[in-house]
Design a protein around this ligand. Sequence first.
Ligand code: NDP
Length: 244
Amino acid sequence: RTGPRTAKTVLVTGASSGIGEATARLLAGAGHRVMLGARRADRLAALTKEIRADGGTADHRELDVTDLESMRAFVRAAQESYGRVDVLVNNAGVMPLAMLEALKVDEWNRMIDVNIRGVLHGIAAVLPVMREQGAGHIVNVASVSGHRVDPTAAVYCATKYAVRAISEGLRQESRDLRVTVVSPGLTRSELTDSISDLGMRAATEDMMGIAIPATAIGEAIVYAVNQPADVDVNEIVIRPTAQG
Ligand code: NDP
């Protein structure tokens, strides 16, 4: 009962870098058909080309997860390319860390829009399709910041607590769907690029010295996807061994 039963159609948001990109490569390498979404379409096109050159099946579409219509069009594109939608990986996220007292209200809203609304838009776009199919799997990327709060991360943590709450609610309500939360610790990616406070960005990049590669998270997502239909991996938390 291990290994992929069948090739699946897997949609990955935020596939233009970091965890999403690594996950897309690993999924394609495991024989799944991937549909890649993010705003940087040039990066998606290059990744699609690479995956195809390696013998994998990939397609891509520009996606802004904060826009429900964009998310619906992304799901339709997957249906048009592959005929069905087996798995959605809601991975896109931003992390502009700052103290609350800095009052970076636009950044708070951005985190809410991408990290929470983005996940909800993904769910809204695929639920009707998965219900019609009678099966489906939604993988939401939360964080260890969805388990504990640290200074400068209050709003980011709030969004990741929300992702875990939404995932658990969806799981309880959906006996025909699999729901998985993957909660990474420090992982090498471009995530710190969204930190506008330069001191905070340097401090976070220092902490990233112990970060694990994005493939470590991608492997966990592939593991959850490859389980048999009656096995729902509810949550996987993965930290660098050296992370407190
Ligand atoms: P990256 O910055 O490398 O990747 C983030 C991805 O999200 C990019 O592909 C980006 O693509 C995409 N994205 C951002 N905004 C939007 C949007 N509006 N619409 C569509 N896509 C968007 O960071 P990670 O790989 O680290 O982040 C992936 C997930 O992992 C996030 O949810 C993050 O919170 C989570 N995480 C990361 C940890 C880490 O230490 N790296 C730890 C815990 C959780 P583009 O800009 O092209 O749109």
